[in-house]
Design a protein. Sequence first.
Length: 415
Amino acid sequence: MGRERRPWAAAVAVLLVASCVAAAPLQQKHARISGNAGGVLDDDPVGKLKVFVYEMPRKYNQNLLAKDSRCLTHMFAAEIFMHQFLLSSAVRTLDPEEADWFYTPVYTTCDLTPQGFPLPFRAPRIMRSAIKYVATTWPFWNRTEGADHFFLTPHDFGACFHYKEERAMERGILPLLRRATLVQTFGQRNHVCLQDGSITIPPYANPHKMQTHLINPGTPRSIFVYFRGLFYDMGNDPEGGYYARGARASVWENFKDNPLFDISTEHPYTYYEDMQRAIFCLCPLGWAPWSPRLVEAVVFGCIPVIIADDIVLPFSDAIPWEQISVFVAEKDVPRLDSILTSIPLDDILRRQRLLASDSVKQALLFHQPTRPGDAFHQILNGLARKLPHGKGVFLQPGEKVLDWNAGLESDLKPW
Ligand SMILES: *[C@@H]1O[C@H](CO)[C@@H](O)[C@H](O)[C@H]1NC(C)=O
């Protein structure tokens, strides 16, 4: 079992002492944190890459957005804000001949069900149509078949375009995107929906909204473990065990009566304030391993407890996730109480200090307008680190690698 279980009294002591540390400077500018992020987070990508932005017919982006403004606030909004960012970014070039990267602004997750979720059968058809347009309008796609192109694919399972893992895996990554660089929220090791060379990014969480909920940083952290969200998804998983691979159900069944656990499905008005009063914030997988909770926890200085086996975290080459969060294996959820209460106090304090670093928070946020070191810059850093392109990128004239007719028949329908 590894760790020794601590008595309840020790946990309470942790609550009291840790609360003093919450006063650490929340707004401190570019605090250096010790750890493997040294320097990487502060890289300035300007001058290291040039991006050509394709001008697409409005039906691929603006019209979708005009139809449904929820796309600007939901957790998939990175695809829209990245477009806006690039249009006025210093890395943009209007000369495609000097571009290192080509970007296609297409809002595949902005075609929503009445409940506000991206339609899984439309997204691949929108994307396929956009690629076809790019490939027939400009000569650049055919030179590399997309190997110097990047796409934002913030769907639950990235370019597999489905919220249910089984269906996402059946479809696989859209065949036309197999050579491209995918910038996506989904990340899980050895998964068919994460291809080599992808850049895992944070989901969108509205920075302005979070800012308006900041409370006095000296407020005691009197909640030990905090979580709000679903434990079961009766509508989509009536038999149970499939949603969150059972991990959320296990959190509820084991700890619903435990006084150290403040967990519920009720989303209170004080959700963001409560996170600032908590020591640990649970970040379990849902349908996909990722959720905006991770970003919210970091922004609010609540130590993320990541329960999602094999997750690949955003900008993991720049952010020292091991040092600012706690990882709990899905199978260990029944021992969550003893795992968390046996973490030594100085260990908790160290994680809280690192979490207070402004550079980590900024790296996870898509600011309007952009700020140095924010998520937009981290994406550019990721793209810059992939340069120069390898020899295999450029094809011989007339050489074809991708099969335009591969994939599910339903995805080949025109859009
Ligand atoms: C690129 O190749 C496709 C066939 O794979 C062709 O239909 C298209 O016209 C080519 N694009 C250009 C700009 O020549």
